[in-house]
Design a binder for this molecule. Structure first.
Ligand code: BMA
Length: 826
């Protein structure tokens, strides 16, 4: 086969209402092309978003020229292969229309040979306005809008969050967003190849190879080569490959991620090469276990037969402009996910089916993927054209991703059932239910069943296997999104009220670090309630919600920087409360995926990693609360504000738990120390513990009534730790009252700096008194640190390793370190 890489050729684009041609990028989109051409300002800066809404009202044309020489025209078929067109494209060659498209998520190919001319040819792709389309198409479909501020985005198969979301701006793009090329061939072509794995009781694995050709050829054969890493293992011919002693692929934390390379040559009856297929595959089984148990029906993933507690986060598109994102756009956040001991990422249904780079990284890092189909929140139409387009999309994507080691689940949609259940069960609205079921209970599962191999299908997230959306149902079966904290404004303690089987969403917003804020906000307009900051807060009332939760827990902050910091501490508190509870509830609960890992632009949000890559306090905390061997404190009881604001507390006990999801038995020591803020230890103890895989255990209940009575709860804090071998693997601090009532001493910190290499330093922080959530920054430097937002205990040095982007001297470093802890915020 002859391939002409059209993306690499020179492209131009224009506004069809009259602008001149400008240079274009493919893959790319009109917004980024306009930015590159200097025609629009930075869409992320200030309030620029509002001024750029004209772009999606226009029609745009992309064009390029290519030569068709004798070699190309000598082939029987010349296909134009477009992996992704966004979205309403009219594709023409030499002025003749080849096709019209209406779905961003389908890869297309058309035979254009009859239209080719010897010599120069022109390829043009005209993009109609998606916003105009949804004003004029499927207008009978009038769902209750959830996220699209203008309305109508469910009428088109296009990345839904482009139309605006509660963390994303509205930039409705157009363009050739994936690779485009010519593929010319004669005789036959390999269309696709399916590899299925059979794991046999003797431990061996048989791979079955099933090629599909453009033209039937019953006498075609396969020649295959199998390698592991750089090592060739075996080769042969035929459609079965037996791997006698397979190295199994495991999720992060459970074992290694060996990836076999499988190369297959498909040969025609005369021995000519029809096509080549090459992929990396991981040998593993993944099942979604739903078995009757004493709580209802289990809901957990098992890999190679081993039950897994899913630890992870939800993924949204890495950028508002997803076209042609490089691998580096994914490496940073996925590596950070793996570093935080995550083993599962949920690709949320309002974005895109991600790029090959994304899944490559998940394969390599051991991150299982819970893959939603791209439907989110609002009800979808169910007319035959829409269903057919969605079916083609599903077939395309399922075939594209089915060989992935990381692929754990296909899920029909995000929250479409959960948000609209009251309408969907309304007997007066039968048509809505019919359309919903046609899409998510019939069409999508049949595509996964027909083409998806062994990967399971789940109709929606959240879903319980029946219409019940209540919390008690989530305690018995299925997966749950828990938003009583944040959207419901309930107390944070409410996380502990429910024993869900699998928490696939829960979260709390915080503000960006001032460093990230500076990338979109002029210093003169940085007030949280001003124009720019409100534009970069997409959840209606979100700023009020943050302030509400912050004010419940912390003292009135002395300035906005302190508020930003407190918002991040509050985010940690909420998500850690949820995860701690879910992990303690293992095995009843077998998953905690918080909302959300990443951002698509700089915005106040629920993410643990800011758009710039800077870790919020939450990501450092995630690395602690997802540690395989984990100690946590559950404090029953609460501070109660009664009539006339009289306050009482029911906090008396502290339960010290271990949760362990490592693959092998281990043993360790749990330690606890109840400290007085003056530095003395009031009560302490230790216990040798055995850690069994997938077991959570209550290790000790501490009765703290005596010390509380004697010293006052505002003077005390409890430190717990878990040591395995000589290593401290987990540590936590618990308060017996709200942090704002703690009488924290004003701290002084001693810092020592050792620069070990020009871009590597070891810092040590020592404080004579306890400091809560000590954060340091190195002003003017981009760096990654082995830890941050940690507790400093009296007299004990905390050593942190820092990798810096620029060279430093000890003196420079000493002068540029800034730090704070809770007591500095008021
Ligand atoms: C969820 C998600 C998103 C949303 C998030 C925060 O339920 O599925 O649609 O952005 O909550 O509100």
């Amino acid at each position: 086969m002859r391939v002409v890489a059209l993306a690499a050729s020179s492209w131009r684009f224009r506004d069809l209402s009259g602008s001149k041609w400008l240079p274009a990028t493919v893959p790319g989109c009109v917004h980024t092309d306009l930015l590159r051409a200097g025609k629009i300002p930075d869409p992320f800066w200030g309030t620029n978003e509002a001024g750029l809404q004209w772009i999606d009202e226009r029609e745009w044309e992309y064009a390029t020229d290519f030569d068709a020489g004798g070699d190309l025209l000598g082939e029987e078929v010349v296909e134009l292969a477009a992996d992704g067109l966004d979205t309403l494209a009219t594709v023409s060659v030499n002025g003749r229309v080849v096709a019209r498209t209406e779905n961003m998520f389908i890869g297309f190919r058309w035979d254009i040979r009859p239209l080719l001319l010897p010599g120069r040819n022109e390829l043009s792709v005209r993009f109609a306005s998606a916003t105009r389309y949804i004003r004029t198409h499927r207008t009978w479909h009038k769902p209750r809008e959830i996220n699209d501020p203008v309305g109508g985005c469910t009428a088109i198969r296009k990345e839904q969050c482009q139309f605006g979301w509660d963390w994303g701006p509205r930039f409705v793009t157009a363009g050739i967003w994936k690779d485009i090329r010519l593929e010319a061939w004669t005789g036959n072509r390999l269309v696709e190849l399916e590899v299925s794995q059979d794991h046999l009781p003797d431990g061996s694995v048989t791979l079955s190879i099933a090629p599909r050709l453009a033209r039937r050829d019953p006498r075609s054969t396969c020649a295959w080569r199998l390698g592991l890493g750089a090592k060739a293992i075996a080769s042969g011919s035929g459609t079965a490959v037996r791997v006698a002693n397979p190295s199994l692929w495991w999720p992060n934390g459970q074992g290694e991620q060996p990836l076999y390379s499988l190369e297959v040559d498909v040969l025609g009856k005369d021995g000519t090469l029809i096509g080549k297929w090459a992929q990396r595959i991981g040998l593993r089984t993944i099942t979604l276990e739903q078995n009757k148990d004493r709580w209802g029906t289990s809901f957990h993933f098992a890999v190679n037969g081993r039950a897994l507690f899913a630890k992870g986060a939800n993924w949204i598109p890495a950028n508002c402009f997803v076209a042609g994102l490089p691998r580096s756009a994914y490496t940073r956040d996925l590596e950070a996910a793996a570093a935080a001991h995550m083993n599962m990422i949920r690709v949320w249904g309002g974005g895109i089916y991600e790029s090959e780079d994304f899944y490559d990284l998940c394969d390599e890092l051991g991150l299982l993927v819970w893959q939603d189909f791209m439907f989110a929140c609002t009800l979808y139409p169910g007319d035959p054209d829409f269903i057919e387009s969605s079916r083609e999309e599903a077939v395309h994507q399922v075939k594209r991703l089915r060989h992935r080691a990381c692929l754990a689940l296909w899920c029909g949609n995000n929250e479409v059932w959960g948000i609209n259940a009251h309408e969907l069960v309304d007997p007066k609205k039968k048509a809505l239910r019919r359309d919903y079921e046609r899409l998510f209970h019939r069409m999508l599962p049949s595509v996964v069943g027909d083409h998806g191999g062994a990967t399971p299908y789940w109709p929606s997230s959240p879903w319980r296997g029946d219409p019940d959306t209540s919390h008690p149902a989530g305690e018995a079966r299925g997966d749950t999104h828990f938003w009583d904290v944040w959207h419901g404004r309930n107390p944070v303690k409410d996380y502990e009220k429910w024993s869900f089987r699998f928490a696939s969403e829960f979260g709390m917003q915080s503000y960006n670090s001032v460093q990230t804020q500076a990338t979109f906000c002029p210093a003169s307009d940085a007030n949280i309630f001003g124009n720019v900051m409100e534009d970069h807060q997409k959840n209606r009332g979100g700023n009020q919600v943050i302030l509400d939760y912050v004010s419940r827990r912390y003292r009135f902050p002395r300035n906005q920087q302190s508020l930003v910091y407190l918002s991040q501490l509050n985010q940690v508190h909420c998500v850690a409360t949820g995860v701690g509870h879910y992990r303690r509830n293992m095995p009843r609960c077998m998953g905690a995926l918080y909302w959300q890992l990443n951002d698509c632009w700089p915005v106040a949000s629920w993410s643990s990693i800011e758009f710039t890559g800077r870790w919020r306090a939450l990501h450092y905390a995630a690395r602690r609360f997802f540690a395989p061997a984990y100690v946590s404190v559950h404090i029953p009881g609460d501070e109660v504000f009664g009539t006339n604001n009289y306050r009482t507390s029911t906090v008396r006990l502290a339960h010290v738990h271990t949760s362990y999801d490592g693959p092998r038995e281990a043993s360790g020591v749990v330690r606890w120390d109840l400290f007085h803020l003056d530095g003395t230890v009031v009560l302490s103890g230790r216990k040798r513990v055995s850690l069994h895989p997938m077991q959570s255990a209550l290790q000790r209940t501490l009765d703290l009534r005596g010390p509380i009575e004697k010293f006052g709860r505002e003077q005390l804090y409890l430190r717990v730790a878990l040591d395995v071998g000589r290593k401290r693997v987990s540590e936590a601090t618990a308060f017996l009252t709200l942090p704002r009532f703690m009488e924290l001493p004003k701290p002084e910190t001693r810092i020592s700096v050792r620069v070990k290499a020009p871009r590597f330093a070891v810092l040590s922080f020592t404080s004579p008194v306890y400091q809560h959530k000590f954060e340091f920054d190195i002003s003017g430097q981009t760096f990654t640190a082995s830890d941050n937002f940690f507790d400093l205990y009296p007299g004990q040095s905390k050593v942190v390793e820092v990798d810096l982007m620029a060279r430093v001297t000890p003196d420079m470093l000493r002068k540029s370190i800034r730090h704070r802890s809770l007591a500095d915020t008021y």
